[in-house]
Design a protein. Structure first.
Length: 107
């Protein structure tokens, strides 16, 4: 009997990213919020997903906003979050930051 965990291994080294905790959020830019059900708000105003690119472009022309913070609810499904990262990066010129909450300290 063999007991163990069988994971697919990559043919190259994979080092997962490390979350920065305790660091201040970068200043400036805009915040894109994602509800648990996938509803979007840009800087506190509800927005339809198909208007996101236009809204970001409008904000970029009014002020220098190279940063987009994505603040997703912890129960938001990845299928509602990851395409946003791709869409924003495809626009070019934006840095995308995912907002995370540090895990509570264990007693």
């Amino acid at each position: 009997m063999l007991i163990g965990r069988m994971d697919a291994t990559a043919p190259f080294e994979v080092t997962p990213p490390t979350a920065l905790t305790g660091a201040d959020m970068p200043a400036g830019g805009v915040t894109l919020s994602v509800s648990a059900g996938g509803i979007l708000a840009l800087d506190g105003e509800l927005i339809e997903p198909d208007r996101l690119a236009e809204a970001l472009s409008d904000r970029s022309t009014k002020a220098n906003t190279p940063l987009v913070r994505i603040n997703a609810h912890r129960k938001a499904e990845l299928r509602n979050v990851l395409p946003l990262v791709s869409k924003i990066e495809a626009l070019g010129g934006y840095e995308v930051v995912l907002v995370v909450t540090p895990e509570a300290a264990q007693p």
